[in-house]
Design a protein around this ligand. Structure first.
Ligand code: COA
Length: 358
């Protein structure tokens, strides 16, 4: 059915009025964006200033400590500095950051900062899920490769590893921009793994590969199992820390969190070290294979890479564990800052405070 000419013109008029409203809203939106940009720059400047001056005060305080100044006063200021540092870290989480060199090279200067806490949490959760799904697929591939010898299947498995590790390096760089405390070694570990997988992909299909392939597939099976255990630990940690930031009685909940973490780590660590021994064994077998007459350069390079991975992983994990037990105080302050910021936000928006949960 055709609409009458008057209703068409009336419709147009009404739409034009609506468009004017849209234009006004858009203008306000652009003004606000401009305002946000200015306030963001101001906050970044302030944070920089605070950090710089905190650094100077901390250094001077160390000198004061050496000169036997009033111990109580020094300790009080040290605690205040720790609190302020934790608070500054929380504020920094709400501000955009520049991309690192790697992200600038592969993505350009696009802004990957996630300023919303919930969105940050979702991104990290998604990263953990991504690792889990890919390790399940890797597990299936490795089992299939152990059951049948089909070159295309082998190549698919190894190509998946190249893509997986490469993707991890990008995701981890984005996490780093968004305040993740991931250690440099784990990121480097994934860069080395990408190169190692690429070398495996071009390793010629001859005697030496046939000698090593089954061991490599078993290694992948084991790695998938360890990755599953890591997923349980990391996800548990992520959800517990999120819940902690929303609670009121920090002392009880932080103690609970630390006892959970200690149990989780004690369970995980033996599996990790068996994995490192497996890496060392891979390096040794590859080293032996490199003396075969048909050996190509791939074998020696891979042997070195497995050795580097073994040393880096074992050293980092050994160093990380004691530091995990030492960081309680900082964590307490960090979580308290989260609660303070949240309360302030609630008070400003006039919304209800979240329920008290012990
Ligand atoms: N890969 C990616 N991210 C990692 C990581 C890893 N191996 N280890 C730690 N992180 C992340 C954490 O999720 C956390 O992120 P966040 O700041 O965004 O919350 C950050 O780095 C700081 O973690 P940290 O407090 O140092 O350690 P943790 O308690 O989260 O984990 C271990 C400690 C030892 C369990 C963990 O580092 C690990 O599983 N390492 C072993 C990895 C390995 O060796 N793999 C090969 C097996 S053969």
């Amino acid at each position: 059915m055709c609409a009458s000419p008057t209703s068409i013109f009336d419709d147009w008029k009404e739409l034009t009025e609506d468009f004017k409203e849209l234009e006004t809203s858009n203008r306000t939106y652009l003004e606000k964006l401009d305002e946000v940009d200015k306030v963001q720059k101001k906050c970044i400047e302030h944070v920089g200033k605070q950090k710089y001056r905190l650094g100077i005060i901390s250094r001077n305080l160390k000198e004061l400590k050496k000169n036997d100044h009033d111990k109580g006063q020094v300790e009080e200021l040290e605690n205040k500095i720790l609190k302020r540092t934790a608070h500054l870290e929380e504020i920094e989480q709400t501000l955009p950051k520049k991309n690192g060199v790697y992200l600038r090279i592969i993505l350009g200067n696009v802004n990957v900062s996630i300023l919303n806490k919930e969105a940050k949490f979702k991104y990290k959760d998604d990263y953990e899920k991504f690792k889990l799904v890919l390790s399940i697929i890797g597990f299936i591939f490795a089992i299939l490769n152990l059951c049948v010898r089909f070159r295309a299947l082998e190549l698919c498995n190894i190509f998946l590893l190249v893509w997986y590790y490469c993707t991890l390096t990008i995701r981890e760089s984005i996490l780093k921009v968004n305040g993740s405390k991931i250690k440099g070694w784990w990121r480097l570990h994934h860069f080395i793994s990408t190169v190692a997988a690429a070398i495996l992909l071009i390793w010629p299909d001859q005697t030496t590969w046939l000698e090593f392939r089954n061991q490599f597939m078993w290694f992948n099976v084991y790695l998938s199992v360890v990755q599953y255990l890591q997923f349980i630990y990391q996800r548990g940690q992520l959800y517990r820390l999120k819940a902690l930031g929303e609670r009121h009685n920090m002392d009880i909940t932080i103690e609970g969190f630390h006892s959970w973490m200690s149990r989780g780590l004690s369970f995980l660590i033996p599996f990790l070290f068996v994995g490192y021994i497996f890496q060392l064994y891979n390096a040794y077998v590859l080293y032996q294979l490199s003396f075969y007459p048909s050996a190509t350069w791939h074998i020696k390079v891979l042997s070195w890479m497995f050795l580097v991975l073994f040393i880096g992983n074992a050293t980092t994990t050994t160093l990380v564990i004691p530091s995990k037990f030492k960081e309680r105080v900082k964590q307490r302050y960090k979580l308290m800052s989260q609660v303070i910021l949240k309360r302030k936000k609630f008070l400003e928006t006039g919304a209800k405070e979240p329920k008290k949960t012990e």
